[in-house]
Design a protein around this ligand. Structure first.
Ligand code: SF4
Ligand code: SF4
Length: 163
């Protein structure tokens, strides 16, 4: 199925109030089995979600790029870290480096990542539905329901378990 970012945004907007309240409740309650349930849903959802059909994260938000990422990108691109910063990065309002452009300058037309092996850690970890202590990132997860169809579906899957 072709991914439609406008439909996801509309669906997330329709559930915005419900999702915000639900994720806030999870954060407060910290259910013991939350990570296990979330990780199981992550596996299920990524069986039918194809990032190469989507790439909406790479198209619409930037990861935070830390020094180690800049060094790794520099080696990959055979550029000095300072040149990587100058060519591709800017400081955001929190003082973190992010990509200057959106979509990401390393996203190719077929949705492959040009620097896949050396991509920033935040890219590797996105959309964070397989991380530990999932309750800690409820605000980020809420925001990601608008960006990532997998996050939207994981949150939907958690509702019958914890509502
Ligand atoms: S992580 Fe989510 S937003 Fe990013 S490409 Fe995969 S499904 Fe799309
Ligand atoms: S570096 Fe690669 S994975 Fe990360 S945002 Fe850019 S295209 Fe996507």
């Amino acid at each position: 199925m072709v991914f439609d970012p406008d439909k996801l945004r509309a669906d997330a907007q329709n559930k915005a109030k419900e999702n915000k309240a639900f994720l806030a409740k999870l954060k407060k309650k910290k259910p013991k089995d939350l990570d296990d349930e979330t990780h199981a849903l992550h596996e299920q959802v990524f069986e039918y979600t194809d990032c190469l059909e989507c790439a909406n994260c790479c198209k619409s938000i930037s990861p935070i790029v830390i020094d180690r990422d800049i060094d790794r990108l520099g080696k990959h691109l055979r550029m000095k870290p300072s040149a990587v910063i100058e060519a591709y990065l800017r400081l955001d309002e929190d003082g973190d480096y992010v990509f200057r452009e959106s979509p990401c300058p390393f996203l190719m037309p077929d949705n492959y990542c040009m620097v896949y092996e050396s991509r920033p850690r935040a890219c590797r970890e996105y959309p964070h539905t397989d991380r530990k202590r999932f309750f800690q990132i409820s605000k980020l997860t809420y925001q990601n329901t608008f960006i990532c169809p997998a996050v939207f579906d994981v949150v939907e899957g958690l509702k019958p378990i914890y509502e």
